[in-house]
Design a protein around this ligand. Structure first.
Ligand SMILES: Nc1ncnc2c1ncn2[C@@H]1O[C@H](COP(=O)(O)OP(=O)(O)OP(=O)(O)O)[C@@H](O)[C@H]1O
Ligand SMILES: [Mg+2]
Length: 252
């Protein structure tokens, strides 16, 4: 089977700084892939290039076999590439369920969406609500479905962002540090739920994470970066034993 994401020779500079210096790798479908590397090695920049927030200077990105190089974020989202942010980005005054239902129609603005939501309820669009309920359950958010987003814990906010991306139909989800600042119990729970989403919905994940003590036991593959390049990729135990990876961390 062809990889869901194919990254080839991506270059991205900020002034004189080469943040990405010829990055190439594949992400296999229905796998959980983690992107690791010391601070400043280019991980977030790469996520921004894939999701369309940054334009690469050169190189290409293919998603599901199609060239998507240089497409803007909303087009990448429409094609099925969802993401979360290091700092969660939700509609804080809306409830958990409303935040998920919004994902279906894009993001035209909070007040407009509130009126849309009323009509939606009036028409009893049960199909969307049922899908949302299934996602709430898969992500452990059923109990807080009617709470405002602002009242959630940090971990729940990350899960809600994930639910929203899934509601929009994302098949590849990019997560930037999903367990940073989350207590270990919840961090394990978040990774457990990521595996469930992979197995039950067939979703593919590309995850940037520093907390390898927790993350590594859950992932299928590891891609290690240093100084804007990929230094190793493959099964976790092989990548973590690779001298180039050890050196990258020791040298950092
Ligand atoms: N918008 C920007 N403008 C200028 N320089 C940037 C910008 N974004 C990133 N950089 C620089 O590019 C390099 C790679 O940064 P990036 O944020 O991708 O690293 P990272 O691997 O995500 O690091 P961390 O683990 O600390 O999050 C760094 O030297 C950073 O300072
Ligand atoms: Mg980063």
């Amino acid at each position: 089977m062809a990889p869901i994401l194919e990254i080839r020779e991506i270059q991205k500079s900020f002034g004189k700084l080469k943040a990405l210096d010829g990055v190439s790798f594949d992400v296999e479908e229905k796998k959980v892939n983690i992107l690791i590397g010391p601070n400043g090695s280019g991980k977030t920049t790469l996520i921004n290039v894939i999701s369309g927030f940054y334009k690469a200077d050169s190189g290409s990105v293919r998603f599901e076999g199609k060239d998507v190089t240089g497409l803007p974020p909303y087009k990448m989202y429409a094609k099925g590439v969802g993401r979360t942010f290091q700092i969660p980005n939700l509609f804080w005054k809306l409830t958990v369920l409303e935040n998920i239902l919004i994902a279906e129609k894009g993001n035209p603005g909070e007040s407009f969406l509130k009126s849309l939501m009323k009509r939606r309820w009036a028409k009893a669009e049960t199909e969307a609500t049922e899908r949302a309920a299934k996602l709430l359950s898969l992500l452990g958010l059923s109990k807080v479905w009617n709470s405002r987003a602002i009242t959630l814990s940090g971990g729940q906010m990350k899960l809600l962002e994930l639910a929203r991306a899934l509601m929009s139909g994302s098949r590849l989800i990019l997560l930037d540090e999903p367990i940073s600042g989350v207590n270990p119990t919840l961090a394990h729970e978040i990774f457990g739920r990521i595996l469930k989403l992979r197995d039950e919905l067939g979703v593919t994940f590309l995850i940037v994470e520093h907390r390898l003590d927790i993350a590594l036991s859950y992932v299928d593959t590891v891609t290690a970066m240093a100084f804007g390049k990929v230094v190793a990729a493959g099964k976790p135990e092989l990548v973590m034993a690779d001298p180039k990876v050890i050196e990258a961390y020791l040298g950092a």
